[in-house]
Each structure stands twice: as C-alpha cells, then as structure tokens.
Design a binder for this molecule. Sequence first.
Ligand SMILES: [Zn+2]
Length: 60
Amino acid sequence: MYKIEKIRCPNCGSEGERYYIISSQLTRTQCPNCDYLMVNCTRTGKVIEAYAPGIVGIRN
Ligand SMILES: [Zn+2]
C-alpha cells in the first residue's frame, strides 16, 4: 500500500512524485525529467538511496 504526492523536484524544479510506501516505511522521491531519485526510511529519516544527475557531493 502506498500513496503518491506531487512535489517539486529539488534538482531541476519540474514536477516530480513522492511515493509513501507504508508497508515498508519508505518514501521514494523521483523526477521523470532529470532522473532524480531519493529513497528515505520514514522511521529513521535515513537516506537509503540517492541519485541526482548534475549534483556533485550528494552522499549517504
Ligand atoms: Zn528533476
């Protein structure tokens, strides 16, 4: 089970989507325009996976 929220991509500013995956306690933020991807644990806030084209220095 999950729900989807429309967000602004923090990388390119176009419209992206955030998925709240309730069963696995994850949020997944993605942008179809620039391939930005961020997966967070909702319980701890920890970044599971992150990918942002054009940004140098994004780390786990
Ligand atoms: Zn983007």
